[in-house]
Design a protein around this ligand. Structure first.
Ligand SMILES: [Zn+2]
Length: 268
């Protein structure tokens, strides 16, 4: 009996201390945001799960159920190309109706306050664009599902124009300019990241005074190297993600919380 009540007392005290710690960190994080002039965001799948976008790479995610179609196969194998388009058509139903959530709107607010220098994302869902961020501030490291591009001449078309009238029984779409292969503008397995995007992300990481990571486990390279680059160049680093990351030990702020719970605490 005595032991039980002691245990309860101790754990209550512990919870209380943890609560005070989080509150102190939130206050200090808020004042860091106030003082920062060039903030760069870095986001991964965890920011979009609340919008109903599945985390493709997690267990039970889409790549767990299906063999991915590699870029080389898309180019050389007609059947794989069709399979790829069928999957994208299926995904488009979720993507076209998904809306940005509080996590995306957090960065939109920083943008409206004139503090956001750029946003690097591993996501391909286009939700940062939909939140109203200027397109030229966003670096889509893994490409975007908002556009379909010709592999040969680079001609791009908005995805909705393609998917609204897509009939795969008539074959996969081809470029109206050069008849080349059209593909949703995401980076496939086996496909190189675009060097212009890597350069811009590098530049942002080198010039920011605060990098805020939301919803990334920071394990997919080279994307995850940007928070390290920012830190090495003297920026402060904040990581808000449910699970631990390899950079937790060098970050200035770490909140292992769901994005929406964190933002609830952050509100004045
Ligand atoms: Zn073309």
């Amino acid at each position: 009996m005595v032991l039980n009540s002691l245990t309860i007392f101790a754990s209550r005290n512990f919870l209380l201390m943890e609560h005070v710690d989080i509150n102190n960190s939130i206050v200090s994080f808020k004042s860091t945001i106030d003082k920062s002039k060039k903030i760069v965001g870095f986001t991964g799948a965890g920011i979009s799960t609340e919008s109903g976008i599945p985390d493709y790479r997690s267990k039970g995610g889409i790549w767990d159920k299906f063999q991915p179609v590699y870029f080389e196969e898309f180019i050389s194998d007609e059947k794989k190309r069709l399979l790829y388009w069928q999957r994208k058509q299926e995904l488009w139903k979720d993507l076209s109706t998904a809306s940005p959530n509080t996590g995306h709107m957090f960065f939109k607010r920083l943008y409206d306050e004139g503090k956001l220098a750029g946003l690097i994302t591993q996501n391909i869902d286009g939700l940062h664009e939909k939140s109203g961020l200027a397109k030229d501030l966003i670096v889509n490291l893994h490409g975007t599902n908002l556009e379909v591009a010709c592999i040969d001449c680079g001609f791009t078309v908005p995805s909705e124009d393609v998917f609204e009238s897509l009939d795969l029984e008539q074959g996969v779409p081809s470029c109206q300019k050069c008849k080349g292969l059209m593909k949703p503008a995401t980076i496939s397995f086996g496909q190189q990241l675009r060097s212009a995007d890597l350069d811009r992300a590098n530049e942002l990481a080198n010039s920011c005074d605060l990098m805020i990571v939301i919803g990334s486990t920071l394990v997919v390279q080279p994307a995850s190297s940007f928070p390290s680059i920012a830190k090495e160049n003297g920026a402060l680093l904040a990581i808000i993600t449910l699970s631990e990351t390899p950079l937790d030990s060098c970050a200035d702020f770490v909140f292992h919380l769901k994005v929406e719970d964190f933002l609830r605490l952050l509100k004045p």
